[in-house]
Design a protein around this ligand. Structure first.
Ligand code: ARG
Ligand code: ZN
Length: 874
């Protein structure tokens, strides 16, 4: 049943062109396609059958070279249309009927709020018509859309609009031609009543590009930030990568029912409304950043994904890892580089390291899958981006750019592999990436252990660095990775020490990138006159777990002095994690918990450092997620984790009460009129962190502070933070009711309301979630709602979901079964909540297993859910 990378064969037929006609209608839609095909000379079998993919289609007719085909010349089954005995070339005309209005999977052609949309990646096009639905079949598309004029005034597809007119009394048509060859997964169609925000961008070679953002009419005023983000993305890609846009128009359409974030269809990107719509009153700073990043991501795909695409879906990270790296760097340039890096590392550690440690662990280039939709993962995206970042670190910005230029020179218009990318990077720089490519094939998070030794007599400082990688499914043993380790050394005053390795002729700067390629290696620095403090893995130069025995004093020292902002934050993170792990152990042993003085002192110093970036301090005070802590212990006791983390929060609040109060006041009025600007975002972040700590003290004055902020806030960042601070207090019910009352008609804002309650730490969280499913704003068919309420509860509310009585598991299983009938991709995401089950303490483990086994017993699970459940039970 699994699809294997090693089974790859080139397609038997290639396409010269395809012409599509859609007759959209309320009860059924007719799709006519005209395929001009020829045999692929590279295919091993010279008379192979033509096998077209197709799923849930009603076949009306097939014409070969203009003549109707008799039914004995082709076979139709649930997955395909097979035509035997074709010659060297053929023209096939196929007509099918589909029912988009009944399509709840949101793959292929579907309806949302009365309008038509498509989602074809990865294999949705086969739900539209019979086709060679694989990314290495690229061709030119022409698309004609016919629809009722009043219901569907806007008719969009890829490329350029070349004609339009009246079809009959009520219906009109529009014809689109996409001049670029593309695979079917980049096809898109949109039809409906949409309003458009227009602007333009002139590329550096003088092409004037019309920019159009289409949304439902009530949302038109929420598109300006998205439009600015488009223009910034276009400019950045010209400046940093030398890449220009290549069509006369660039269209973005927002849809509220969408499985993922957005989709890079050629010239016609389709977005989840969450990543388009933003106004200060309704969107938080994080939302604004999300819009900017996803707009950039999809725009950047035009080159990394569309102009050069993937040969097969095993190569998904070729486009996704690269494009995520590109959007991360864009955001770093637009906002704060250090803050962006810390945010990304937090995501990587919380989600990707967890995936690497789970039954779903897979390499950046998987070698098998059951359902490709299950592989749009943090490993493919975020770890894939780390792999691209390592090329950049190893080659330097200039060498990296040379590699990128060669990649486009060689492969523009092609469907290629991760090996082709590595080859371009290597060839352009004379660098051997052979060993480095193990990052693509070996799953699991490497552990890098560093042992240091200062030799006063010889004035040397020696680092013995070794690496190991835990086994993952199907990969018991790992070979050493090629790991770039950026580091620096600090002297006793906190100044950077210029570095020289034994054997080098001169000093070589203060940050060095060491290359670890062996299982263990020794690096000796010379001319070191006193015991230094090492600052390791600067900028998080590789996606590894670092093991170095810093003392708490050293960590506090790094927090205060490291010149690398990432490492300053990292030191605070390490210190807090160590303290939390001790507290968790103490909570499990029912010992009294206490707060170490070193931590309080270091945190106080950070909070009072008025020269520091408030955003960095805010991140230092953001405690690691419960789920992250669960991944740090050998056996998960959810209640101990919650007790320890809540203890630390309140204890820090008590210890730093006056400092938090002072800092809150310092930034409280600092951002009067809302601006989306890094300096203001930083102030709001720290202010709201302080508010969170203060309200945890349960003092009336601080609760009033939160209530005042809640009532007076002129932006969603402050309003949501105040609501979050109040939610679990007796005053929370009124605040929640006020909020719902104000925002009941704004689905994106209501998602926040659901999420906050799904994270509730009180014992009855599950009952609240169940009750909220009955709320009029909740709809099980809308992915955003399911993610906000159900997925948040099951994947992020650790102690709530992993209740000792197993009720959380039973609830998840029940919801997964309901969702699986509607939307397997969404169901499958929920099923991943079980990924940690093997590490649970025995009682919960047994209960989770029972729930998984019950699910596995259902014979009619989708491939999506089946894959997650079966791998969890394997
Ligand atoms: N290529 C899109 C992006 O990352 C994601 C589309 C994934 N869709 C899916 N059905 N798996 O920008
Ligand atoms: Zn992408």
């Amino acid at each position: 049943q699994p699809i294997l990378l090693r089974d790859y064969v080139v397609p038997a037929f290639l396409l010269d062109r395809v012409d599509l006609t859609f007759e959209l209608d309320e009860t059924s839609t007719r799709v006519s396609s005209r395929l001009v095909l020829h045999r692929n000379p590279d295919h091993p079998v010279s008379d192979a059958d033509l096998v077209l993919d197709g799923h849930e289609l009603m076949l009306e007719s097939v014409l070969l070279d203009g003549e109707p085909m008799s039914t004995d010349r082709y076979d139709v089954d649930d997955e395909s249309l097979t035509i035997k005995g074709l010659g060297e070339s053929a023209i096939l005309e196929i007509t099918t009927r589909i029912e988009p209005q009944k399509n709840t999977s949101l793959m292929g052609l579907y309806k949302s709020n009365g309008n038509f949309f498509t989602q074809c990646e990865a294999e949705g096009f086969r739900k539209i018509t019979y086709y060679l639905d694989r990314p290495d079949v690229m061709t030119r598309f022409t698309t004609t859309i016919i629809a009722d004029r009043s219901k569907y005034p806007v008719l969009l597809s890829n490329g350029n609009r070349v004609g339009e007119g009246q079809y009959d009394r009520n219906r009109h048509w529009v014809k689109w031609v996409d001049p670029f060859k593309k695979p079917s997964y980049l096809f898109a169609l949109v039809a409906g009543k949409l309003s458009c925000l227009q602007d333009s961008f002139t590329t550096r070679s003088g092409r004037k590009v019309a920019l159009e953002i289409y949304v439902e009419p009530q949302d038109l005023e929420k598109c300006h930030h998205a439009m600015e983000s488009v223009k910034r993305s276009m400019k950045w890609d010209e400046d940093v990568y030398g890449l220009e846009y290549d069509l006369d128009s660039y269209m973005i359409v927002a849809v509220s029912d969408f499985n993922m974030g957005a989709m890079e269809n050629k010239g016609l990107n389709i977005f989840n409304t969450k990543y388009v719509l933003a106004r200060p009153e309704t969107a938080t700073d994080a939302d604004y950043m999300g819009v900017e990043a996803v707009i950039a991501h999809e725009y950047f795909h035009n080159w990394t994904g569309n102009r050069v695409t993937c040969r097969d879906w095993f190569q998904l990270s070729l486009k996704e890892g690269l494009t995520v790296f590109r959007d991360q760097e864009f955001t770093a340039d637009m906002t704060s580089r250090a803050v962006k890096r810390i945010d990304d590392v937090r995501t990587l550690r919380t989600a990707q390291f967890a995936e690497d440690a789970s039954p779903m662990a897979h390499p950046v280039r998987p070698d098998s899958y059951i359902e490709i939709n299950n592989f749009y993962t943090v490993t493919i995206y975020e770890k894939g981006a780390e792999v691209v970042r390592m090329y950049h670190t190893l080659l330097g910005a200039e060498g990296y750019r040379k590699g990128i230029d060669l990649y486009f020179k060689r492969h523009d218009g092609q469907a290629v592999t991760c090996d082709d990318f590595a080859a371009a990077m290597g060839d352009a720089n004379g660098f051997d990436f052979t060993q480095f490519k193990r990052w693509y094939s070996q799953a699991g998070t490497p552990v890098v252990k560093v042992v240091s030794q200062f030799d006063a007599a010889n004035q040397t400082y020696t680092l013995d660095i070794s690496q190991t990688c835990p086994p993952t499914p199907g990969q018991p043993e790992k070979l050493p990775f090629h790991i770039p380790i950026a580091l620096g050394l600090l002297d006793a005053a906190g100044a950077e020490i210029p570095l020289q390795l034994a054997g080098e002729a001169s000093l070589q700067g203060t940050t060095r990138v060491l290359q670890l390629t062996e299982a263990s290696q020794r690096f000796v620095f010379t001319g070191i006159s006193a015991q230094p403090t090492p600052s390791l893995l600067r900028g998080f130069s590789a996606p590894v777990k670092l093991d170095y025995p810093w003392t708490r004093q050293e960590l506090a020292f790094l927090m205060a002095h490291d010149s690398d902002s990432f490492c300053r934050w990292e030191a605070s993170h390490t210190l807090i994690r160590e303290v939390l792990l001790e507290l968790i152990a103490a909570a499990r042993a029912s010992e009294t918990l206490s707060l170490p003085g070193e931590l309080v002192d270091a945190m106080r110093r950070a909070l009072l450092d008025e020269a520091a970036d408030p955003a960095l301090i805010a991140l230092m005070f953001t405690l690691p997620a419960e789920t992250y802590l669960a991944d740090q212990v050998d056996e998960i006791h959810p209640d101990a984790i919650r007790t320890a983390r809540e203890y630390l929060r309140v204890a820090l609040a008590k210890a730093l009460r006056s400092e938090f109060k002072h800092t809150y006041a310092r930034f409280c009025g600092a951002t009067q009129a809302y601006r989306y600007a890094a300096v203001d975002i930083a102030k709001r972040a720290l202010k709201n962190v302080c508010l969170g700590y203060l309200t945890s003290l349960d003092e009336p004055a601080f609760i009033e502070l939160a209530q005042t902020q809640f009532q007076q806030a002129n932006n969603m960042t402050d309003s949501q933070a105040a609501l979050a601070a109040l939610v679990e207090l007796p005053q929370g019910a009124t605040a929640l009711a006020d909020f719902a009352n104000r925002w009941q008609d704004d689905p994106l804002v209501m998602n926040k309301w659901f999420t906050l309650q799904a994270m509730d730490k009180r014992a009855d969280a599950l009952d609240r979630v169940r009750a909220l499913q009955q709320h009029p704003a909740f709809q099980i068919t809308n992915p955003n709602k399911v993610y906000a309420l159900l997925a948040t509860f099951c994947s992020s509310n650790l102690a709530g979901f992993h209740r000792a009585d197993g009720a959380g598991y039973a609830f998840a299983a029940e919801q997964i079964l309901v969702l699986d009938k509607l939307n397997p991709q969404v169901a499958s995401r929920l099923a991943r909540s079980f990924n940690r089950w093997k590490k649970l303490e025995p009682t919960r483990r047994a209960q989770a297993k029972t729930a998984l086994e019950k699910l596995a017993a259902h014979a009619d699970l989708s491939r999506d859910v089946f894959e997650i459940i079966s791998k969890n039970l394997a």
